[in-house]
Write a protein that binds this ligand. Structure first.
Ligand code: FE
Ligand code: FE
Ligand code: ZN
Length: 280
């Protein structure tokens, strides 16, 4: 079973996202729980959330991923921004308890000149405040391209955060193929080498989801601009090797390519068809 999904908008509600996913033969998806460039959360419609839960069970969906807003920065130099990160994080995790057993993915943050080490301490501090032993959500640190002062452009930085988190059984990683390639990890020619490195530094048991994106820029460019599947510098073959890698094939794969719902549907059917063709 392959689990491939896309990024959807909550604008029409929770159940509507499940239906949109199914309409393009996706069996997982990712969404924001609030304005990705703001802070405000929508009022929760519990009946709608429960309906999505039921829908996902009926259609054997893999776990879904809620993505934290881009504006969230747990390692900002400004107290108010860090406090806002806490409020958004806590609110989103509370919402997700109505959708038990799924993932919450966030960009670790930008250190804004303070250095990665200090930033990792701040990020871990936030996690130590928000993570609760009874929560059913696993929180995912996203691998980043390392542009600007972004934290998480190396696996060692993610490890630094994990090491400082008390409830680290609630903590995992989401690997973004565009970001890791832009960060200089050679997933094009040496995916096994990258996965071995991941296993050594972080542990593959912490890898819970993949953002499957092509990249507009060459490996190591530290740019973070996504391309459609097969139209970037990573290419279809390399992305298929990741999608069908025996150590990854059970994970949810989320497309974050610059495409609309119909376009994502076409990418999903391309990925499935080409995976079939290459089966030994
Ligand atoms: Fe992201
Ligand atoms: Fe991503
Ligand atoms: Zn990105």
């Amino acid at each position: 079973m392959q689990y491939i999904g896309t990024h959807l908008s909550l604008a029409k509600g929770f159940l509507a996202m499940g239906k949109d996913a199914l309409s393009i033969q996706a069996n997982t998806f990712q969404c924001f729980l609030r304005n990705p460039r703001g802070a405000k959360a929508k009022e929760l419609n519990i009946a709608d959330i429960t309906a999505l839960n039921q829908f996902m069970k009926e259609h054997s969906f893999a776990p879904i991923v809620a993505h934290a807003p881009y504006t969230m920065n747990p390692c900002s130099t400004a107290d108010r921004v860090r406090e806002l990160a806490y409020e958004m994080f806590e609110g989103d995790l509370a919402c997700l308890e109505y959708l038990p057993g799924n993932y919450y993915n966030f960009h670790p943050g930008s250190h804004l000149g303070q250095g990665a080490h200090k930033a990792c301490i701040m990020i871990a501090d936030l996690l130590n405040r928000v993570l609760k032993p009874e929560q059913s959500t696993i929180v995912l640190l996203e691998t980043m391209s390392g542009k600007g002062s972004e934290v998480g452009g190396s696996l060692e930085e993610l490890r630094m955060i994990i090491d400082r988190v008390e409830l680290s059984d609630k903590l995992g990683v989401c690997l973004d193929t565009c970001h890791v390639s832009d960060a200089g990890y050679d997933i094009i020619n040496d995916p096994d080498g990258v996965l071995n490195e991941f296993d050594t530094i972080i542990g593959l048991n912490r890898l819970h989801a993949i953002h499957l994106n092509d990249s507009l820029n060459p490996p190591g460019s530290r740019k973070d601009r996504h391309a459609c599947i097969g139209e970037g510098t990573i290419g279809l073959e390399a992305l298929l090797r990741i999608l069908n890698h025996p150590q990854l094939a059970h994970l949810p794969f989320l497309l974050e390519t610059p495409n609309d719902l119909k376009g994502h549907g076409e990418e999903i059917s391309l990925l499935k068809k080409e995976s079939q063709r290459r089966k030994p």
